[in-house]
Design a protein around this ligand. Structure first.
Ligand code: CDP
Length: 214
């Protein structure tokens, strides 16, 4: 079974993907880490984030094992990821790795922005996870504060709006809900409620698939 989870920043899609992977025993790939890693490599190697060819070259050769998770998860790495993710050659360099992951024996959960539209258009279940931008900014602000960050709520909100606009506005693989994706709006949901909602959708899809096979 392949589960494709896409959605906006701080919507809860990463936590949902981890919980679903554990519940159904599926391998999990957070594809955002790939774009974050390309941005970090650019910074490390003093390659401007506008240099599409050089960044695509770095993306082709990189391995996630070279990175420290805290470095990849930083707020700056997220913003840089969204800049490098707009380059078609960078996206192309990361496709083969993601498609191989989809072939994982026993199935997989992938989360990102273009999983249901570009990476696995034939996924068994597609989820689109979203929440109001103010609520997402509140969540991110709280996370950053706990990690010792000093940005105000207003700054976090402005950065979140800028990232949403960049992700939705790019021409190659823009962030968009696939027509056949199920919406989970987490604005007023606990993570447990969101997981339960996702599992209902997955269980229904599995039951339908099994009944159409028999
Ligand atoms: O965790 P958060 O939602 O803040 O970010 P992420 O999922 O780690 O993604 C970071 C950035 O990578 C996004 O803002 C996108 O620009 C880009 N990305 C993408 O273009 N395609 C994907 N499949 C995953 C991430």
């Amino acid at each position: 079974m392949i589960v494709a989870i896409d959605g906006t920043a701080a919507s809860g899609k990463g936590t949902l993907a981890r919980r679903i992977s554990a519940r159904y025993g599926l391998a999990h790939l957070d594809t955002g880490l790939l774009y974050r890693a390309v941005g970090c490599l650019g910074v490390r190697n003093h390659v401007p984030l506008e240099d599409e060819d050089a960044l695509a070259g770095l993306a082709e050769q990189m391995s996630l094992a070279e990175f420290d998770e805290a470095e990849l998860r930083s707020d700056e790495a997220g913003a840089n990821a969204s800049i490098v993710a707009a380059h078609p050659k960078v996206r192309a360099a990361l496709i083969a790795f993601q498609r191989r992951f989809v072939g994982h024996a026993g199935g997989a959960v992938l989360d990102g922005r273009d999983i249901g539209t570009v990476i696995c258009p034939d996924a068994d279940v597609k989820l689109w996870v979203d929440a109001d931008v103010e609520e997402r900014a509140r969540r991110r602000h709280k996370e950053l504060e706990m990690a010792g960050g000093h940005d105000s709520y207003e700054t976090v909100l402005a950065k979140m709006r800028a990232r949403d606009a960049r992700d939705a506005g790019r021409t190659d693989a823009p962030m968009v809900k696939a027509a056949d994706a199920h919406l989970i709006d987490t604005t007023e949901m606990t993570i447990e409620a969101a997981v339960e909602r996702a599992c209902e959708i997955i269980d229904r899809a599995v039951a339908q698939r099994n009944s159409s096979r028999s």
